[in-house]
Design a protein around this ligand. Sequence first.
Ligand code: HEM
Length: 363
Amino acid sequence: MGWVGAGVLIATIGYFLYRYPPRNWAEPRSFAPPEPKPGAPVAADTTDEPVQQKHGSRVSTTAIETEEEDSQRTPKASALSAPLPVLAVPTFSLDNSESKTSQPATMPSISQPINGTAEQISPTNRDHGAPKFQPPPQPSLAPPPKPQPLPIPPKATTTGVSSLMPPPPVPRPRPATQANRLTPTSTLQPPRLSGSSLGPPPSAAASQRGLGPPSSGSRLSNSTLAPTQVSLKKSSRKVILQPGFSPLDWAALAANPKNNLRGEGLPPGLLRVTPSMLKEYNGRKGRDAWTSYNGKVYNISPYAPYHPGGKGELLRGAGKDSAQLFQEIHPWVNWEGILGECLIGILVSEHDIQTENALDAMD
Ligand code: HEM
């Protein structure tokens, strides 16, 4: 009888080896998902049986090793095929949030060590490969928190069931009011500027440039936008000054009393300058350029390289009175503050000089 039993046992083993070859032992059949992903790391280790033997270092748990060894010795693969499909199934599901998170209760007891390895892999795979897996029917080891819509913040806090991955903080809903839409909240987009405000802010004196006398504004409307349009049409006629001839350099030059800005060969006191005398100092033939303004005569030759409007513009008033030109172009400029050290004398008429000379002769 013993021999008969042994024969039956050998026949049974042979039948199972023929029916279920060892190569197919690792393939999940009964509980496998419809399309198991071949790229899963756990499944890749279990599908190829010789891989376990080729591994020089034992990385997997002892439970896996014992199972593999048992499966190699005994053909009772019916018990092995049950836990192996569990490897590839439950860990990577995202959708089944209703499943229980208590892992020992949902998983068979024989597959717990294997699930332990699966849990170690699952946090890394949640971000990348999780959505590619089919949702398993029932068991789910670590379902991520269900994405909650923003308007319901309390539900998102209560559904954080997994202790491994806490739910992300719910952003505070931003009230989209009409006032927020109108006010610029982002610093990336500067406030819109009009075409007139793209340049540097105009000085207080610059506002007078485009404005004519009050009588010329009769054609203009009463709107305050009219002077702005006039100033846009007028382009600046400033020149690029040479280095060392900035207004600050002129201020430093004029502040030094040792610099004789009046000119060479003049008496220390103020001169009485007639129009004919003024006309001779026009900046030509090696003479300085004089000009008059408000009854005073100034030597403008030292200031010529410092004039923002250029030397040629300044010399338009050489040898004559510059009050009209000056007022037409830049009435805001402080003449006396700039050319105070260039004062030569006062402007007198020819008659006054003749009378004075006659009186001197009488003396
Ligand atoms: C006498 C005949 C003069 C003429 C024809 C003349 C002409 C000019 C011109 C065309 C400009 C450029 C204006 C612009 O487009 O921004 C200018 C600017 C200037 N001129 Fe004269 N100028 C004269 C006399 C003077 C005098 C005597 C001074 C100094 C007391 C002076 C001081 C200035 C200053 C400070 C600026 C710059 C104004 C600014 O930045 O807004 N100019 N001048």
